[in-house]
Design a protein around this ligand. Structure first.
Ligand code: NAP
Ligand code: ZN
Ligand code: ZN
Length: 353
């Protein structure tokens, strides 16, 4: 029996999201059926709903920061049982055979991971569902290998955004070996940015936030930032030259990045996380004189996502959230576009009409 599912979907780039009903597949032998309790609202959801990147297929149910409870498992599933607290992030499957998958970096799967929403759905949702549909919904069925365990000490609502904002910032902090004494700058204090601050601080780094205004200064300090700069303050930017080993750039829009390169110390790297499609000029001179680099990073693999959840439990870290009802999603998007989020909206599915 397919699982009747209530959701909110984007139906066109210029229309508000609206209630949407569809069926999820009944769990197969390797599947876990989940009742979604909470889903975080990522800026990527907004990019896809509004077709910022091109190619969005409608209707689409966004949402890839899913936290809920297991309601049923298939016959081959031994790691999860009914009632377990679980999470699902940005991926629900991958090819499993390419080098990236074999190394546990499924997000870089060569033929392409199956994204939680908007990917061709090889398993085929039963009712006219050619693409996967995400977490702004009350039910989901996911292959057990792409289900994460949410530690008991983390509240489900504040843990939900860890499934994207958490892993997307944890992975580059680990990859670039952030530890005791590292100097890390975080550009943009939104959903990703606030997690980057908390995680880098917990790893022992000295953290600086670069923001467009001073509105979030007190919050940044509470999260563990030692310094706070306004990007447009030329004198402050000048004074911070050559200071940072790593810059985590979470800005969700095209912006001037050349001026940030001088902030990097020798061998420093700026990691771009924002999903922007326009070019942003970078000049060779500031790079070569200090062997600096500009890099990118995409979410993180399943094994690393579990490691991040366990790290958060161990360090008592979760997201700062503002809980909303599903029908407040359009208002939440409007506020997100104004950078007015402290620091992640999370949809409470119990409030689904
Ligand atoms: P968010 O909560 O909206 O935060 C973005 C922040 O960027 C804002 O709070 C603001 O910070 C700053 N900002 C926005 N517009 C700006 C502009 N025009 N100039 C300068 N700063 C600006 O977004 P998010 O959910 O953290 O996502 C951030 C970006 O990462 C999005 O593009 C998202 O799609 C992408 N993303 C990528 C991955 C990945 O795997 N690489 C994963 C998830 C999300 P201040 O208020 O501090 O200035
Ligand atoms: Zn996301
Ligand atoms: Zn693969």
């Amino acid at each position: 029996m397919p699982i009747a599912t209530r959701a909110f979907a984007a139906v066109a780039a210029d229309k508000p999201l609206e209630p949407y009903r569809f069926d999820r597949r009944d769990p197969g032998p390797d599947d876990v059926a989940i009742e979604i309790k909470y889903c975080g609202v990522c800026h990527s959801d907004l990019h896809i709903a509004k077709n910022d990147l091109g190619g969005t297929r409608y209707p689409i149910v966004p949402g890839h920061e899913i936290a809920g409870l297991v309601t049923a498992v298939g016959g081959n599933v031994s790691r999860f049982k009914v009632g377990d607290r679980v999470g699902v992030g940005c991926m629900v499957d991958s090819c499993r055979t390419c080098a990236a998958c074999q190394e546990g970096e499924e997000q870089y799967c060569v033929p392409g991971m199956t994204q939680t929403y908007g990917s061709a759905d090889p398993l085929g949702e039963p009712v006219s569902q050619a693409i996967t549909q995400g977490g702004y919904s009350d039910r989901i069925t996911v292959n057990q290998d792409f289900v994460l365990r949410i530690p008991d000490s983390l509240p489900l609502d504040a843990a939900a955004p860890l499934l994207c904002a958490g892993i997307t910032t944890y992975s580059p902090l680990r990859h670039w070996n952030v530890g005791e004494g590292s100097k890390v700058a975080v550009v943009g204090l939104g959903g990703l940015g606030h997690m980057a601050v908390k995680l880098a601080h917990a790893m022992g780094a000295e953290v600086t936030v670069l923001s467009t205004s001073d509105r979030k200064k007190a919050d940044a300090e509470r999260m563990g930032a030692k310094h706070f700069l306004i990007n447009s303050d030329k004198a402050a930017m000048q004074a911070a030259a050559e200071k940072f080993d790593l810059i985590i750039n979470t800005v969700s829009a095209t912006h001037e990045i050349a001026g940030h390169l001088n902030l990097l110390a020798r061998d420093g790297t700026m990691v771009m996380l924002g999903l922007t499609t326009e070019g942003m000029p970078v000049f060779a001179m500031p790079l070569l004189w200090r062997r600096r680099a500009v890099a990118g990073s995409l979410i993180g693999g399943i094994r690393e996502t579990q490691e991040m959840l366990d790290f958060c439990a161990e360090h008592g870290i979760a997201c700062d959230i503002e809980t909303i009802a599903p029908d407040q999603i359009n208002e939440a998007y409007a506020r997100m576009e104004k950078s007015d989020v402290r620091y992640r909206f999370v949809i409470d599915m119990a409030k689904m009409a």
